[in-house]
Design a protein around this ligand. Structure first.
Ligand SMILES: Nc1nc2c(ncn2[C@@H]2O[C@H](COP(=O)(O)OP(=O)(O)O)[C@@H](O)[C@H]2O)c(=O)[nH]1
Ligand SMILES: [Mg+2]
Length: 388
């Protein structure tokens, strides 16, 4: 073999080797490609599976939700069957929309808008409660028991805090004796006191209509002899409700009118006597003296008959109502409250502080100016109507 041949052959071999190498690379590349392809197919399969799983999960969730909804609806209709009052309840909810959307709405969006439960939340909650006319003392009580209960139950979700708050606020409302006690076969006397303009006369008209509709014999006593208009106003309500009234001329001693009312009630065999009183005299002391006297006359005259002494408070006046309650309670030994004008307030916190501080129940609430706008106070229903 010549030199050139040798070189040529070597070259050829090297070329062949290279070709093989090239082929080798190609083969391994092809191998790699098919591996990649496999991987990709696997990936696609994975994605397909994921999508399928997600879809199934979603469908399961949706079905669960539907089942829940059906159950809820079933519960609701069962509740409605048990509770024919639900139409009344709905209307209470409507009547209290200002409170629900105002103060309690703020409360809700504040709590639900938070991510965590911390001291800052409690501090701000305190501010909101005080602004709602609940008052300092009551606010501290509420927030203390809230934080205790939240800690005890190891709650971390603000949403759950809201329902605990609802629970606590409901517990602060006195539920015993929250209806005016009307005993059969006896004369039931209801003395209605309160400062001017809170809604005494209007509330008496509503009560008269309510009891009349329940088949009771009702008589009203026009004990606010300070203003002629007050006597006329009560007379109007007596006519509207279709009940009797005992009245005098303006300026006559209210004690005498009260006495006459009780006499007439006994003589006419009445079931219920409701007595209106003045909300203002020439000065505050005179009014309290007058009321004390009336209270004494009633107690002496009726002996063991059933007697309720009710303070009417304007639900829009806030903490001032609490001061009124303290003063009137001393003089007429209140058996409970009626809070009026709750249809007109975005606050309504007085409902919570009044019975807690004076330890007397709220008997009725006023939710409008019309004759039917009076509701027996039911703490649970009230809470449900204002907490959404
Ligand atoms: N919106 C609303 N107004 C009421 C309610 N109760 C009474 N009022 C109004 O409050 C005003 C004063 O009522 P009135 O009975 O004369 O109060 P009184 O001075 O305490 O006898 C009147 O215009 C009533 O129509 C209520 O529950 N809601
Ligand atoms: Mg009046």
């Amino acid at each position: 073999m010549g030199f050139f041949d040798k070189i040529f052959k070597r070259k050829k071999k090297e070329e062949e080797k290279e070709e093989i190498n090239v082929a080798g690379i190609e083969i391994s590349e092809i191998l790699e490609d098919s591996e990649e392809e496999n991987e990709e197919i696997e990936k696609v399969d994975d994605i397909k599976n994921e999508i399928l799983e997600e879809k199934i999960k979603q469908e399961v969730e949706e079905t669960n939700e539907e089942i829940e909804k059906i159950n809820e609806e079933k519960e609701e209709t069962e509740e409605q069957k048990e509770k024919p009052k639900s139409s009344f309840f709905a209307s209470l909810k409507n009547k209290l929309f200002r409170s629900r959307e105002g103060f309690f709405g703020n409360l809700k969006s504040f709590i639900l808008g938070r991510n965590i439960v911390d001291d800052e939340m409690y501090e701000e909650l305190e501010d909101i409660l005080i602004q709602s006319d609940i008052g300092m003392e009551m606010t501290v009580k509420i927030v203390e028991s809230l934080s205790k209960r939240v800690k005890k139950r190891k709650i971390t979700e603000p949403k759950e805090v809201y329902s605990v708050l609802k629970e606590i606020m409901q517990n602060f409302l006195i539920i015993e004796n929250n209806d005016i006690k009307i005993e059969d076969g006896k004369l039931n006397v209801i003395l209605v006191v309160g400062v001017n303009g809170v809604g005494k006369t209007t509330t008496i008209g509503k009560l008269a209509a309510k009891y009349k509709a329940e088949g009771k014999k009702v008589i009203l006593g026009a004990g606010d002899t300070f203003r002629a208009a007050a006597i006329e106003q009560l007379e109007e309500w007596a006519n509207r409700a279709g009940v009797d009234i005992v009245k005098s001329a303006q300026g006559i001693d209210p004690g005498a009118v009260v006495y006459d009312t009780l006499e007439a009630a006994k003589n006419r065999n009445m079931d219920i006597a409701i007595i209106d009183t003045a909300g203002r005299l020439h000065n505050k002391n005179n009014l309290m003296k007058e009321l004390e006297k009336i209270h004494g006359i009633i107690r002496k005259k009726i002996g063991s008959e059933s007697y309720e002494s009710i303070l009417v408070i304007d639900g829009t006046t806030g903490q001032n109502g609490l001061n009124q309650a303290r003063v009137f309670n001393e003089v007429t030994d209140l058996t409970g409250f009626i809070i009026t004008k709750l249809d007109g307030t975005a606050k309504g916190g007085i409902v919570f502080s009044i019975s807690e501080e004076i330890k007397k129940p709220i008997k009725f609430i006023g939710v409008g100016e019309k004759i039917e706008d009076l509701r027996v106070f039911d703490a649970k229903e009230y809470i449900e109507a204002i907490f959404d």
